[in-house]
Design a protein around this ligand. Structure first.
Ligand SMILES: [Fe+2]
Length: 296
């Protein structure tokens, strides 16, 4: 789980063109949902480079299971759970010369990979950590859920309780992760989140704005629409919300100033020095240009 408060500052500011705006939604959600369910039913992993077959996924899962069994045999699993519960709220202040002045000091609470159904013991720990937090924007970058057989309420119920303790003055934006089914969209909307599925929205203050682009998960459910959303977003200071880091290079090439993601859990499995053994990233892709119409 990732919990970070980001405070962004305007350095030497260059005012951008102002456009107050609404969400730049594109194709109907139903089209997106049907395609995503179809991809999920195939069992393959659609990453930004090429699909991994069902068998490759099964081999990877079997390897993870073997590793987990090994840790239980040598009694390391308890330590792993203790580490997973030892979460911290990290505060970072980042300066951008081109940030519109009216967004100077803008505070973003970034949450990711809560997987609340997998580790219920995390709920009270995180509730204490988040109580009383005041931010401008809440950004949730996916993997709210964990086990595909668990009901969504096992994840969204505790999340709803957390959200009561957090004061958000602007908006709550979310993207999905590889563990989140299409139905998570409706569940999160009921909690007051706006889902960005390969689309952008403007945050406005006075005559200035910044652009937030959110992608559907690119680790398992990548489509070219994700890269189009990055390359065809509105002008302005741009922030990308993506579940995993796999298209960070694409976002940088498209001019994004900030890329917020999770998925790696700070290294899924780390050596005692903190060096990650597994990051669970398929590829950090070479930027490519994508043309064509918008779409989810
Ligand atoms: Fe993930």
């Amino acid at each position: 789980m990732t919990t970070t408060i980001l405070r962004i500052d305007a350095g030497r500011n260059t005012p951008s063109a102002a456009n107050s705006g609404k969400n730049h939604y594109s194709a109907p959600r139903q089209v997106w949902a049907e395609r995503r369910r179809a991809m999920g039913a195939q069992g393959a992993q659609f990453g930004p480079d090429e699909p991994r077959s069902l068998w490759q996924n099964r081999i990877f899962s079997a390897g993870l299971l073997a590793f987990y069994t090994g840790t239980r045999l040598v009694r390391l699993d308890g330590r792993g759970r203790r580490n997973a519960l030892d979460i911290q709220l990290v505060s970072r202040s980042i300066s951008f010369p081109d940030l519109p002045k009216s967004f100077d000091g803008y505070r973003i609470l970034h949450l990711s990979d809560t997987h609340l159904d997998c580790l219920p013991e995390l709920v009270p720990v995180a509730a204490r950590l988040l109580a009383g937090i005041e931010v401008d924007l809440l950004a949730l970058t996916g993997d709210i859920h964990g086990h595909h057989r668990a009901p969504l309420s096992a994840s969204t119920g505790p999340l709803a309780e957390w959200m009561k303790a957090v004061s958000v003055t602007d908006r709550r934006l979310a993207v999905l992760g590889n563990h989140d089914p299409a139905d998570m969209v409706g569940a999160l909307e009921e909690l007051g989140f706006e889902l960005l599925l390969n689309e952008s929205t403007l945050l406005s203050r006075g005559k200035e704005h910044i652009v937030l682009t959110g992608l559907d998960d690119v680790h398992r459910f990548f489509t070219p629409h994700a890269l189009r959303a990055l390359s065809q977003s509105p002008e302005g200071f741009r922030i990308a919300l993506v579940h995993s880091a796999e298209v960070a290079d694409h976002a940088a090439a498209a001019g994004y100033s900030l890329y917020l993601c999770g998925h790696t859990h700070g290294g899924q499995i780390c050596l005692p020095s903190g060096r990650p053994i597994i990051t669970h990233l398929l590829v950090v892709g070479t930027p490519v240009s994508v043309s064509g119409g918008r779409g989810t």
